[in-house]
Design a protein around this ligand. Structure first.
Ligand code: BGC
Ligand code: ZN
Length: 367
């Protein structure tokens, strides 16, 4: 069976390889679910893995099959599988449990182990292949009515986790009614965050570099959010008028923007950090001032990575909510389709070069 892999540690090594066809018997206890892969999204993490900045091969392999944003259809289930049947559409979670207490209770996204296992990223093969097998615990059913946008489930799960955790943390306030929110970045994560915050009825400003009008600015406006180009107004200028913000969700990939975000947060506000910054940059910041405002204004910031099943399930609900409130909006994020597994070079090219792309994805099999 075909698969797309990299040689971790070797820059630009993306290539086609072969894997043996998996079987439901590969999962112990009769709990195997065999899934035919339909669509796989790619993102900055795949770019960094191919640039050899990130990622590790599974033990015994020198290559790593990439792709962690999956969407597929069940073709066969083991004798002890309940809740999934052939024909069901599913999205798979990415991380698999390690040893810590959090891993043991299904919260593998909060592991305290030093080593984490992520399909398509770290120590486990991913989904850019034809079939995969997994335990039903890691497969979340996507209703057939959402199949056209099911490939957005994994990035959406990351957004859901960030927002749920922010509300959990803000229970410290006993009463919290956030109103103004800001999203830094208008990639897939930024746009999905704007969507979820709008579905919660919040005022949303999306900050992005490019001057409007662009597809991204029109997507932002279509859901009743505001698009601000930081080439037209600095974050601080814009925040004087539109902020300060009760929630800032940072998803630009830039640590500089993460630090700037600390300065536009409202009293009692919360900053959600999601950018995975693989570089080694240093920068000068107004440290006394930032620290003072955090202390005097009871502000919070926290980092969040990955997502467990609970957040995928929430993602299904929000996709359905989005389709009824803004029909067709989610599918407009699917900007760059690649036909089949053979065209992996073009996939990487669009991922690294097409600055207007929102989501590059591979149509592995027509459905
Ligand atoms: C993935 C997450 C993963 C993170 C760190 C992201 O691109 O979407 O699932 O936990 O990278 O490896
Ligand atoms: Zn990702």
């Amino acid at each position: 069976m075909k698969a797309i892999a990299v040689l971790p540690g070797k820059p630009n090594s993306v290539h086609r390889t072969d894997l043996p066809m998996p079987s439901v018997r590969d999962v112990p206890g009769g709990r195997g679910v065999l899934v035919e892969v339909l669509r796989v999204g790619v993102d900055g993490t795949d770019k960094e893995i191919n640039a050899a900045e990130y990622g590790a091969a599974p033990p015994g392999y020198e290559f790593l099959v990439i792709g962690h944003e999956s969407f597929g259809r069940v073709v066969e289930v083991g004798p002890n599988v309940t809740g999934l049947k052939p024909g069901d559409f599913v999205a798979a979670t990415v991380r698999r449990p390690g040893k810590s207490l959090y891993d043991q209770i299904g919260h593998y996204d909060m592991t305290t182990d030093d080593t984490y296992y992520e399909r398509g990223i770290n120590l486990l093969h991913g989904f850019l292949t034809e079939h995969v097998v997994d335990d039903p615990e890691y497969l979340v059913k996507v209703p057939a009515g959402l199949k056209g946008i099911g490939v957005l489930m994994e990035p959406l799960s990351v957004v859901e986790k960030g927002i749920v955790q922010a509300y959990e943390i803000q229970r410290r306030l006993r009463l919290w009614r956030p109103r103004r929110t800001a999203v830094m970045g208008s990639g897939a994560i930024g746009l999905l965050t704007a969507l979820v915050l709008r579905l919660r009825g919040l005022d949303v400003t999306v900050f992005s570099r490019t001057r409007p009008p662009t597809l991204k600015s029109s997507l932002v406006e279509a859901i009743g959010a505001r698009y601000v180009s930081t080439e037209e107004a600095s974050l601080h200028e814009a925040a004087r008028e539109l902020g300060p913000f009760d929630i800032v969700f940072e998803a630009t990939g830039s640590a500089r923007v993460a630090f700037q975000s600390m300065e536009v947060l409202n009293k009692n506000g919360i900053l959600i950090l999601t950018s995975i910054t693989g570089g080694r940059k240093s920068l000068e910041i107004p440290a006394d001032d930032i620290n003072l405002r955090f202390v005097l204004d009871n502000k919070v910031m926290f980092g969040t990575v990955n997502a467990n099943r609970e957040y995928f399930e929430l993602g299904v609900k929000d996709l359905a909510h989005a389709e009824s409130e803004h029909p067709g909006w989610c599918s407009r994020l699917l900007t760059n389709p690649i036909q089949g597994l053979e065209d992996y070079r073009e996939m990487m090219r669009q991922l690294t070069e097409d600055k207007r792309a929102v989501k590059v994805y591979v149509d592995v099999r027509p459905f």
